[in-house]
Structure formats: C-alpha cells, structure tokens
Design a protein around this ligand. Structure first.
Ligand code: FE2
Ligand code: FE2
Length: 283
C-alpha cells in the first residue's frame, strides 16, 4: 500500500494534476474508424433525442473549461484544466463528426457558458452525475447490441476521459477547499451536497426538455431497450468500479453517486424480498 496523501498538500496537487496529464490520449475524431451502419442501427441512432443537447453540452464545456483555465494562476493546475478544456472541445468535435456522418440532424450553436470558477464547479458536479449514468448506459448498449461494437468502441475513450475529468474534479475541489480554509469535513459535506442538488435539478430540467422534444418512438420501447432501474444502476456501479480501479489508490474518487445507487439497489432488493414474504402464496 502506498503512503497516505494529505489532501490539500502540494504532493496531492502534483499527483492529481500529473495523473490527469499523463493519462491523456492522442486521437483525432475525424480519423477514427467510423463504421458503416445498417438501416436498423441508423434508425435507432437517429431516434435518440439527445444529439442537440449532447453537442451543445460539449461545445459549452470546451469553451468554458478552456476560458476558466486561462484565469488560473497556478501553472500546474492551469495546464491540467486547459487539457480538460481541449478534451471537452474534442468531445464536441467527436459528436459533431457522428452527427454529420450518420445524419443525426443536430444544429451547432455557439457556446453559452461564462468561463468562471463557479461554472466550472457546477459543471464538475453535473459531470459526476452524467458520467455515472453514461458509464451504465454504454455498458448496457454493449450488452444488448443496441449499437454495433465497432461504433461503441469508438466511445470507450470518451468514457475514460470523463472518468479522468470527474476524478480530477473531486480532487481539485477538495484541494481548493483546504487551501481556502474550508477543509473541515462538515463544510465539505454541505458544499458537496449543495453541488449535487444543483446538478440534479439541472439534470431534471434538461431531461424534461429532451423528453418534450423526443419523437414518440424514443419512449415506447422500440428504440431504447427495456430497462429496469436496478439493471441500469447495477451497470453504472460495475462500470464505475472498473474505471475507478485504474486510478492511483491515493486519489479521491466521486463517492456520492455510487453511494446513492447502492442505497437504491439495496432498498429495491429489500422491497422485493418483503413482497415475496407478504404476498399470498400459491396465487
Ligand atoms: Fe465531455
Ligand atoms: Fe468531461
């Protein structure tokens, strides 16, 4: 086991920034081996109501994170955040390429977020939420053959990048709070809870908007595989665990979503057992 690391120390900062920069992967979205899709896969892809929002989210993130990086005085942190900005912009290009290549009909719009620290913090919590669900959704898409493996495998690098972003974020924010004198456990817990509540609210609002714009076929089971909540959460937890195991054990990991998901799965299993005990037998 490696030596414990003092959160908020220079050593901590060096480790979370270096881990992030050294695990960066080089690729160019246009040069990826985009597969030719059959009509059924194309129809499933086109019916997903997410493309406008996904393209906008990555465009916003790229510009905001890059702009925020330029305001950071510490060169080690600045370089790492600038690299995240580059990766978010590349996600925008990747989704843009996907949209063009398969005719998904999303419109490119200019970025909308101010490049400030408070936006970066809000975005960080939102990423912790979105990535956790993204991990599970991709795992299920692969397991159910929703999309051919040749396409899904192009996105495994994005999942890994998002895992790196959220690990970087939870370490950066813990480091920042200690440096600013807000490092005690209660203050950290309150600030984290507020961050997640705000992100969750944001997620619900955008989910509603997306549902309103969705074609009817997207919600009636012909496009998306039929999913139970337990299966989705189990997939999120398994994929999250697999990705998080790749990081240095001394770094912090996002804990709230896995904790909540485990709680929900546990409660549903208990409910199921109770129903089995209480339910009249032989019916
Ligand atoms: Fe991204
Ligand atoms: Fe990200």
């Amino acid at each position: 086991m490696k030596n414990a690391l003092l959160i908020g120390s220079d050593e901590h900062k060096e480790l979370f920034c270096r881990t992030f920069v050294e695990s960066h992967e080089r690729y160019e979205p246009l040069e990826l081996p985009w597969p030719v899709l059959d009509d059924a896969a194309l129809a499933r892809l086109r019916a997903l109501p997410i493309w406008d929002m996904a393209l906008q989210a990555e465009t916003n993130a790229g510009a905001m994170v890059t702009g925020f990086a330029a305001t950071i005085s510490d060169p080690v942190v600045r370089d790492a955040v600038a690299l995240q900005g580059f990766e978010e912009e590349r996600h925008g290009k990747l989704i843009g390429t996907l949209v063009d290549r398969y005719g998904l009909g999303a419109t490119r719009r200019p970025p909308e977020l101010e490049p400030t620290q408070s936006q970066f913090v809000h975005f960080g919590y939102r990423e912790c939420l979105d990535s956790f669900f993204g991990f599970g959704i991709f795992r299920i898409a692969r397991e159910t053959d929703f999309m051919p493996d040749s396409l899904i495998s192009l996105f495994t690098r994005v999942l890994w990048e998002e895992a790196r972003h959220i690990v970087f974020f939870v370490n950066w924010i813990a480091y920042e709070r200690v440096r600013r004198g807000y490092g005690n456990v209660l203050m950290q817990a309150i600030a984290t809870a507020l961050g997640y509540v705000r992100a969750l609210f944001d997620m619900i609002v955008s989910g509603k908007k997306m549902a309103e714009g969705a074609p009817p076929s997207a919600s009636n089971g012909t496009v998306l595989p039929d999913l139970s909540l337990t299966r989705l959460l189990d997939a999120c937890l398994a994929e999250n665990e697999r990705l998080m195991a790749r990081f240095d054990e001394r770094l912090l990991r996002p804990r709230v979503m896995p904790l909540l998901a485990r709680g929900v799965v546990g409660a549903m299993q208990t409910g199921e057992q109770l129903r089995n005990v209480v339910a009249p037998r032989g019916v």
